[in-house]
Design a protein around this ligand. Structure first.
Ligand code: SF4
Length: 648
């Protein structure tokens, strides 16, 4: 490792309470320092306890490059901005600068507030609470606060406000016309955060915004030298969403509402009120979407195709009317916002009606979604040939290999002389990567046991459910509560809660309380049991005796009817590959590893992960899934697992 990075790591670690240098963290920092220096890529699977944030932040800082760190969750974003980076400024580099960039809707929009309250927002403070409804009171409060506040970031508000009030005080990225076309562009709080970030060395943002920046040709985030994706196991889904579009009836009705604010009486060529027309189209799209079941669909066909086509014509006509009513001056304020919003809406409707080759469209809970089947080509062209990318997470490999993830994200295994994705790029870089798998610093073999329910019925049979519920109850009893039960369906959550209700322990279920409150309750009530499904398999960090048993009912294979997953399967099979190996298994492996990873959160945690799915030992692919899990001692002997639980 370069002396500077090695020394920096030593110095920072020594300043941490009980800090000690971890070889895996050193290895990670060394690989990243080399990649940044030599303009190459690294994928690092860093087991729990590696200290991966410092493992990438220190070489990034020491490189002197401007680096964007993109995370999947707000929790990690806050951890970096509130804890890790201030600590590094104090103990590593007093000149360190960093900044956080969030989506546009996270910041108060001064243009919108000024239009509501008048010039300079001066009237906002003139109203007392008695004169204002709750919504108006919240918006006035936001306006007063935003006028003087440095960031205008909703998270910095001194008190909570309703979502409705925040929506009245902010704009989405689709509605904002950009600072050049906004009367408040010079003072804009969102733009200010970007300007500030462009001078910072480390910029923290999220995967989705980074994806939007890639699709916009780099118009959203500041120019930068390299990117680190933490929580990279979620990157593919976030990019799919950022590269695609969502169509809802609400987008049309919101557009109608915006036109009404500037042109309440504008009429189309046939004399009909334009707003009424857009609203009619919104009602039609809503009615058609509400009749469609979840699943794959061709949006260019049938009633949906006809409704989208009519909506597209109406939105385009409304946009023309808006332009005609404007003076020759360039559009500013709400006029510009209406144009920006209508332009995005018309573009997305056209995109959805003629789904491009390589994309897939489907219905999901009343929303029409279109997304690319593969994000790899996009990443290859717009990122991997241009700047170093560092990917890290605790769960990236399948059966011990990073190759599948690498290939899905556009990396290649050996260098290529004429990379087609590098055409026209100055000094392109190779898309090859160094892959590192660093074991957790925890002693999993002594701290944890993996119990596989090999003697339980096959989970695809009718007998499984009853047997699994009885097994869950028995294991929870031997653990003295203190269990997280992760299921693959809501139905199983209900059944497990009912089963456990007969026992002596407090049973908490997903949905009983908001997530944070639920986790606090689970953590503080040591013998309680939490039963939950998707959404709770990752991101839960509960060290200590409150969590000594994780029970997983089944291998979390993706749903067979999920259209995006099915399109990915079709694509693999079209090239002669195995869809199960390339699509289903990696996803199941990642989630299984995430779920199992909830158990051991520090050096003294101990416990059992019980997976009740006998396919882990009965099927050939089972060993690949087991190899993706932390290296716990393993048994299919129920009595042995119970003895381990009783010894805790
Ligand atoms: S540029 Fe104007 S419209 Fe966009 S967020 Fe800033 S103030 Fe609002």
């Amino acid at each position: 490792m370069s002396t500077t990075v090695a020394e920096a790591l030593d110095r920072v670690v020594a300043a941490k309470p009980n800090g000690r240098v971890r070889p895996s963290q050193q290895q990670m920092a060394e690989a990243i320092a080399t990649a940044l220096n030599e303009r190459t890529h690294v994928i690092v699977e860093a087991g729990t306890g590696t200290g991966k944030s410092l493992g990438y932040l220190i070489p990034s800082i020491e490189s002197g490059l401007q680096v964007i760190v993109a995370t999947a969750t707000k929790t990690l974003q806050n951890q970096l901005g509130d804890v890790e980076l201030p600590f590094l400024k104090e103990h590593l580099d007093s000149n360190l600068t960093w900044s956080i960039i969030k989506g546009r809707q996270s910041y108060a929009c001064l243009a919108k507030l000024e239009e509501r309250f008048g010039d300079g927002l001066g009237t906002a403070g003139l109203f007392g609470p008695d004169e204002l409804g709750e919504l108006e009171e919240d918006v006035a409060f936001i306006a007063n606060w935003a006028r003087d506040h440095a960031t205008g970031d909703r998270d910095d508000l001194p008190r909570a406000v309703s979502d409705a009030a925040w929506n009245e005080s902010s704009v989405s990225g689709m509605e904002c016309p950009g600072a050049n076309r906004c009367a408040q562009g010079d003072r804009c709080l969102a733009e200010r955060s970007i300007r500030k970030a462009s001078e910072a060395q480390i910029i923290v943002t999220n995967h989705h915004l980074y994806g939007l920046d890639l699709t916009s040709g780099g118009r959203i985030l500041p120019e930068h030298d390299a990117v680190v994706f933490d929580e990279a196991h979620k990157l593919e889904d976030a990019l799919s969403s950022a590269f695609g579009v969502d169509i809802t009836a609400g987008r049309l009705s919101h557009f109608a509402g915006q036109i009404r604010r500037i042109l309440p009486d504008v009429v189309g060529r046939d004399g009909r009120n334009v707003i009424a027309e857009v609203r009619d189209r919104s009602a039609e799209v809503r009615s058609v979407l509400s009749r469609l079941d979840d699943g794959a669909i061709d949006p260019g066909e049938g009633d949906l195709g006809a409704a989208l086509a009519r909506a597209h014509v109406t939105v385009s006509m409304a946009l023309r009317r808006v332009r005609e009513q404007m003076s020759d001056e360039p559009a500013h304020g709400i006029w510009a916002r209406v144009q920006a919003q209508g332009g995005h809406l018309a573009g997305d409707l056209a995109f959805a009606m003629a789904v491009p080759e390589g994309s897939v469209s489907w219905m999901e809970l009343g929303v029409l979604r279109v997304a690319p089947v593969e994000v790899g080509p996009h990443l290859a062209r717009n990122l991997l040939t241009q700047r170093p990318a560092i990917l890290t997470s605790a769960t990236l490999s399948v059966g011990g290999s990073l190759a599948q993830l690498g290939s899905r994200l556009g990396f290649i295994e050996s260098s290529m002389e004429d990379d087609p994705f590098a055409d026209g790029i100055d000094e392109p870089i190779q898309r090859t990567y160094e892959g590192l798998r660093l074991e957790s610093t925890f002693d999993y073999r002594s701290q944890a046991m993996l119990y596989i329910g090999s003697d339980l019925p096959d989970p695809r049979t009718a007998e499984f459910q009853g047997a699994a519920l009885a097994e869950i109850a028995a294991l929870v009893e031997h653990a003295g509560g203190r269990a997280l039960v992760l299921t693959t369906s809501h139905k199983m959550v209900d059944l497990a809660v009912r089963q456990l209700a007969h026992g002596p322990f407090r049973v908490l279920a997903q949905g009983d309380l908001p997530r944070t409150a639920l986790l606090n309750e689970f953590s503080s009530n040591e013998t309680s049991v939490l039963v939950a499904t998707m959404g709770y398999w990752e991101g839960i960090d509960i060290p200590g005796p409150s969590l000594s048993l994780v029970v997983i009912d089944k291998i979390p294979f993706p749903r067979p009817d999920d259209p995006l997953t099915q399109a990915r399967r079709d694509r693999v099979e079209a090239t002669g590959g195995s869809a199960f190996n390339a699509v289903d298994l990696p996803r199941a492996a990642m989630l299984l590893a995430q779920g199992s990873g909830r158990l051991i959160r520090n050096e003294v945690d101990r416990g059992v992960v019980a997976i009740l799915d006998n396919r882990l030992t009965a099927k050939r692919y089972g060993i690949r899934l087991i190899r993706s899990l932390p290296p716990m001692q393993r048994t299919s002997d129920r009595e042995r697992a119970i003895r381990f639980l009783q010894s805790l």
